[in-house]
Design a protein around this ligand. Structure first.
Ligand code: COS
Length: 380
């Protein structure tokens, strides 16, 4: 595996860093308070080509490699983890499965739109199907050259903004095992019967929108089925493998921001007549945080590299996501501790990093599910 980036990759990452620090970071607190991402930020992302960052050039994307993509997600996340997950979901679990499993006609129809800034979403979880995703109940009944979708999806990231939803629904209720009865569909915003439910009020990651989505006799053309009937669960799991690389990168960005703030604060804050950084107890905390971040970064980049080499990456993506997310929570915890009482106040950003980090241990597969995937890999 090559570590480091060439000139072109570095320039792209630098451009995203400048945008993230110049335009996103100053508004991160406001986005957290008001639970929204201002349209100017989405416009800026569009101008940088970020919505097409991993889409192949023949479909109007930038076709950027996955390690560089992880660095981009990290830079966005350092500024605002909610903006980072908007892009990660769009790229990893919407555009990627479309590019990987879509017919040429589907790719030509949808990918240039996604590359130009139409936003993608992924709808798998249901009120009673979370970790046990194969037990989902949303149905897709074939009627002529259409399918009729009925059911409820929850925790849909980008729900209120998305133009295209990748939806997993059951086409064969009798299939054994049950996952072989699940198929994947591309559902466009505006399709009658696709309705938005409530916007979730979250502890963290508040800039990112998380919606309930209802399908009530939602008629979708058969031409919008992604892959074969019964292939939907595999498409979902493969998309999540990819998504876990993005969430790992997001977790690293949050941790890096927490470390940056802890370092800045520890240099300024004087106690017992000296800046905090002069105390070895604080230096050790900072050293531990930096080491953990670096380890997570290498795991994420390695999983990304394996994916680009067309080699199996399920286990490595699970390891990267598991380690990076738990690391991010620990690092944000220590950054808050270094801030003492001020860390608990809204005036400083560390309390936001602490809230934002926590969900990375939960979504796109909990830490327990990552351990299960890794364990199964070990057992063959
Ligand atoms: N990529 C593609 N296919 C995969 C896969 C992967 N990473 N992992 C498993 N599969 C296939 C298997 O080969 C199997 O297919 P066949 O029966 O045709 O051989 C099928 O998927 C089912 O595999 P398995 O029996 O291992 O599935 P389980 O129901 O036991 O579930 C876990 C496996 C728990 C790992 C899976 O359900 C999971 O990842 N759950 C978490 C879901 C999640 O992340 N939810 C959050 C979503 S964010 S909206």
């Amino acid at each position: 595996m090559r570590i480091g980036f060439d000139e072109e990759q570095r320039l792209m990452i630098q451009a995203v860093r400048e945008f993230a620090q110049g335009e996103i970071a100053p508004r991160a607190q406001e986005m957290d308070t008001h639970a929204m991402i201002p349209p100017e930020i989405l416009d800026g992302m569009q101008q940088l080509g970020l919505f097409g960052v991993q889409i192949a050039p023949e479909y109007d994307g930038l076709g950027i490699d996955t390690p560089t993509y992880t660095a981009i997600i990290e830079e966005l996340s350092r500024a605002c983890a909610g903006v980072a997950i908007l892009l990660s979901v769009h790229c990893s679990v919407a555009a990627y499965p479309l590019q990987t499993y879509g017919s040429e006609a589907q790719r030509r129809r949808f990918l240039p739109r996604l590359a130009a800034g139409a936003i993608g979403a992924f709808s798998l979880s249901e009120p009673n199907a979370g970790s046990d995703a194969a037990s989902l109940k949303t149905s897709a009944r074939r009627e002529g050259d259409t399918y009729l979708l009925n059911g409820t999806k929850v925790f849909v990231t980008n729900g209120s903004l998305a133009d295209l939803f990748l939806v997993m629904a059951r086409t064969d209720p009798e299939a054994q095992p049950a996952h072989r009865g699940i198929s994947a569909f591309l559902v466009e915003r505006g399709t009658p019967g696709l309705e938005m439910g409530r916007q979730e009020e979250k502890m963290g990651l508040r800039a990112s929108d998380t919606m309930e989505v209802f399908f009530s006799d939602c008629r979708v053309p058969a031409a919008n089925r992604l892959g074969e009937e019964g292939q939907g669960f595999k498409i979902a799991l493969r998309s999540l493998d990819n998504g876990r690389i993005g969430v790992g990168a997001q977790a690293i960005g949050i941790a890096q921001a927490a470390l940056d703030e802890a370092l800045r604060y520890a240099r300024e804050r004087q106690q017992f007549g000296r800046p905090l950084v002069h105390f070895q107890a604080i230096q050790w905390k900072l050293a531990e945080m930096a080491t953990q971040i670096e380890a997570a970064r290498l795991l994420v980049r390695h999983a990304a590299w394996l994916k680009d080499q067309q080699r199996p990456f399920t286990g490595q993506a699970a390891m990267a996501k598991l380690f990076a997310s738990e690391m991010s929570t620990r690092v944000a915890h220590q950054a808050l501790q270094i801030h003492g009482g001020y860390g608990y106040m809204k005036e400083y950003p560390v309390e936001r990093y602490y809230r934002d980090a926590r969900v990375t241990e939960i979504y796109e597969g909990t830490s327990e599910m990552q351990r299960l995937v890794i364990g199964r890999g070990l057992l063959g």
